[in-house]
Design a protein around this ligand. Structure first.
Ligand code: PEP
Ligand code: MN
Length: 346
């Protein structure tokens, strides 16, 4: 059993000089180990940084800073470590395939229905959004619904359909996992696993999904502070899974004129303090289709690395979230304008 004491905290980053040789890097790694600390080298495009894990008391900062090739030493002051830009100054990229890379210089547009309702429904939507330029497909097979009487999703059959149709149209798929009982299914069928707002602090689910080693889309909880969101992300990175994309999906505030409020403050802040890619979900934030385009433009301008949006061939008949789903026509308009607002942050 892993207990708290066996989790070693990242305490410091050693930034190597641009011109430092591999020998110098190896020497620093050796000295860190001699201090009974664990080095974690990160090879960036510009330079090497070495994260140091362990107990602060074992550290001889002065000695390490004088080693050849060491440019500077940064003490990680944020309570969350691996997700912070202090720990990794360079923005992370999360690669799903050669065409779909979060943080890779192009906005990633994920589109699809809230829930998979039938083979025909999902195929029609998948073909429609692919034609209009979507990069990835979304769709829930296990739906976390507020009411137990609402449509709960097609389950395993839904995931199988998603995989089959994703392959047919040539788009990767993302779907939400709501239970540790379903880990095998998600490992088999999906390209990216969504962890939903209602499960953001389900740490058992987070860590077990992280261990599968697949890319993860972590949505912010409805009432989660930024710190809590980043701590949840830290749980995932601590499992050695670096393929993590965050998603701002709207939070609860006093304002009740829309379903939730898309928190662009937090999105812009997270871009500053974390290296992780973050996308926006204007569908669940607004709860109405007519606000999707303006909110997406704003989110992309604020630094979002992509948008996840609900699209339905017949929104009036959708079994969930019809009111916030775009038609093909409105998705076409969205695709003509929203991606242009993307501004890439290094
Ligand atoms: C969804 O994406 O369909 C969903 C349920 O999202 P959230 O967890 O953000 O409510
Ligand atoms: Mn939905």
């Amino acid at each position: 059993m892993q207990n708290n004491n066996s989790i070693t905290e990242p305490i410091m980053i050693i930034v190597m000089d641009k011109n430092a040789s591999q020998e110098m890097v190896d020497h620093v790694l050796k000295v860190v180990k001699e201090h009974d600390l664990k080095p974690e080298p990160m090879y960036g495009t510009q330079r090497v940084a070495i994260g140091v894990l362990g107990e602060k008391s074992k550290l001889d900062e002065g000695k390490i800073s004088r080693l050849p090739g060491v440019k500077e030493i940064l003490i990680v002051s944020k309570p969350y470590k691996r997700v912070s830009r202090e720990y990794q100054p360079e923005s992370s990229q999360v690669k799903i395939n050669d065409d779909v890379i979060f943080g890779g210089g192009k906005p990633v547009i994920i589109a699809g229905p809230c829930g998979i309702e039938s083979e025909e429904q999902f195929r029609t939507i998948a073909q429609g959004v692919k034609k209009l330029g979507a990069n990835m497909l979304r769709g829930g097979a296990f739906k976390p619904r507020t009411s137990p009487y609402s449509f709960q999703g097609m389950g395993e059959e839904g995931l199988k359909l998603m995989k089959k149709i994703g392959d047919e149209v040539g788009l990767p798929i993302v779907s939400e996992c709501i239970s540790v009982d379903h880990l095998d299914l998600f490992a088999e069928y999906v390209d990216m696993i969504q962890l939903g707002a209602r499960n953001m602090q389900n740490f058992d689910l987070l860590t077990k999904v992280a261990k599968l080693g697949k890319p993860i889309l972590l949505k912010r909880g409805l009432s989660a502070y930024v710190d809590e969101f980043l701590f949840a992300a830290e749980y995932i990175l601590n499992e050695g899974n670096k393929d993590l994309v965050l998603c701002e999906r709207g939070i609860r505030t006093f304002e009740n004129s829309t379903r939730n409020i898309l928190d662009l403050n937090s999105l812009a802040l997270i871009k500053e303090i974390s290296h992780l890619p973050i996308i926006a979900d204007p569908s669940h934030a607004a709860g109405r289709y007519d606000l999707i385009s303006p909110l997406s433009r704003a989110a992309l301008a604020a630094g979002a690395d992509g948008i996840i949006v609900e699209v339905h061939n017949k929104p009036d008949e959708a079994l969930s979230d019809g009111k916030q789903s775009l038609t093909f026509e409105s998705f076409e308009n969205f695709m003509k304008t929203a991606p242009q607002y993307y501004c890439h942050h290094e």
